[in-house]
Design a protein around this ligand. Structure first.
Ligand SMILES: Cc1cc2nc3c(=O)[nH]c(=O)nc-3n(C[C@H](O)[C@H](O)[C@H](O)COP(=O)(O)O)c2cc1C
Length: 389
């Protein structure tokens, strides 16, 4: 594979990677917020000559352009299949920046109707050796109204006026809203944000908002999705599910997704299962992972998340799948696509591996397309083709 040479890759390797090699030291949430504030500033000041020059160099270093990577899904043009997963840019603060890192699409949020602080800190922990993370952030975000303001401040055009930017928005329920009023919460946020949404992700799977996962129950989910579908100009809808559902639960969800004509599923969110790491101690709290609240992400999630994609694809090939969970290499991205995902998203792996992960994955996919003599990424989806070195 072509070795990426570049300033930003080396900066990340020298400044950030050493921090990521230890559980303790620089707090994980502090590091995220610090990086986000730099990116947020750049997104708002992208026309300043110095910022514009930095962004153009970022673009040169990380963007891979190849027609074979592009697909039209639900009428949306995805220039490549790699997206930033929800939760990193919860308030949509750096929306102009993500494509400069080579992402083909970005999912901002989770946004809720009301601004909320989330759970008490510390609430995000690195598991450096396993390249994993435990988080119980609890939908800390500034609310839907503020997200609209943020998008305006960054001059993000409405979706019909946009080119070269694919933006998904992930919606959740506010903590203070009871389960029986959840619908109203989602609807209020959606109404405000539909003009910006290429697609909407309906998050019913975060483990850190009490009761939220009960919305995965088919009766409740059907009711919620039906209401959302009645909204004027409703964008394509994707339901984000947990990796902890049984295959039977997943089959029920697939059935209703089909009946209600929902476009697709994002699989998966973080896991309440400890995935073999029950005895792993969290240094900051002195507790074992089995004793901690929160969702597990990163490399340990890869196998489970892939199995779920495969299962859904086998149940119903019409459901469009976005695969997420433990993708941290070209091989793991290729595996997810060949299992049935049309698109994949990165979060924890992108942090550990650094921004070169996106071009590394895309170059890897292009090589596999060549080896398997495929003319577009679409032909690889659900093909079960193996990675060839
Ligand atoms: C710190 C953190 C915050 C997250 N916040 C959200 C969120 O607000 N909404 C959401 O749908 N998923 C959220 N996620 C889940 C990710 O989008 C993704 O589904 C999950 O981490 C699995 O992917 P990964 O193994 O590549 O990290 C969060 C994950 C992490 C690590």
């Amino acid at each position: 594979m072509k070795e990426q040479k570049g300033v930003f890759k080396n900066l990340y390797r020298n400044l950030i990677t050493p921090i990521l090699q230890k559980d303790t030291g620089v707090d994980a949430e502090y590091l995220t917020n610090f990086s986000l504030s730099l990116l947020s500033f750049s997104s708002r000041k992208q026309n300043w000559p110095v910022i514009s020059s930095i962004l153009s160099n970022l673009n040169k270093e990380f963007c891979i352009v190849d027609k074979r990577l592009s697909q039209n899904i639900c009428g949306i043009n995805f220039c490549n299949p790699i997206g930033l997963a929800a939760g990193f840019d919860k308030n949509g603060n750096a929306v102009n920046i993500w494509r400069k890192f080579g992402f083909g699409f970005t999912e901002i949020g989770t946004v809720t109707k009301f601004a909320q602080n989330g759970n008490p800190k510390p609430r995000l922990f690195r598991l450096a050796e396993e390249e994993a993370a435990l988080n119980r952030m609890g939908f800390n975000n500034r609310g839907a109204q503020n997200l609209v303001k943020n998008l305006h401040e960054q001059s993000i055009p409405l979706k019909q006026n946009r080119q070269n930017m694919c933006l998904g928005i992930n919606f959740g329920k506010s903590k203070i809203t009871g389960l029986s009023e959840a619908k109203e919460d989602y609807l209020t946020s959606l109404k405000l944000l539909i003009p910006f949404c290429d697609y909407a992700a309906i998050n019913v799977s975060s483990p850190n908002t009490e009761g939220l996962r009960k919305l995965q129950d088919p009766v409740r989910l059907r009711e919620l999705l039906r209401e959302i579908k009645t909204l004027p100009n409703c964008p394509p809808l994707f339901v984000k599910i947990a990796p902890d559902l049984s295959f039977k639960d997943i089959e029920d969800i697939c059935k209703l997704i089909n009946e209600e004509k929902i476009d697709g599923i994002i699989a998966t969110n973080t896991s309440l299962d400890r995935l073999g790491l029950e005895k792993r101690k969290i240094e900051q709290t002195g507790l074992l992972l089995s004793e901690e609240n929160g969702g597990l992400s990163g490399r340990p999630l890869r196998k489970r998340a892939n199995k779920i994609i495969k299962h859904i694809h086998n149940i119903d090939r019409r459901i469009i799948l976005i695969g997420v969970g433990g993708i941290d290499s070209p091989e793991s991205a290729w595996e997810r696509i060949c299992s049935g995902a049309s698109l994949v998203q990165l979060y924890t792996g992108w942090i550990y591996k650094g921004p070169q992960l996106v071009p590394n994955i895309l170059n890897g996919i292009i090589k596999q397309l060549d080896i398997h003599q495929l003319s577009n990424i679409k032909e690889a989806i659900g093909s079960d083709l193996q990675w060839v070195d």
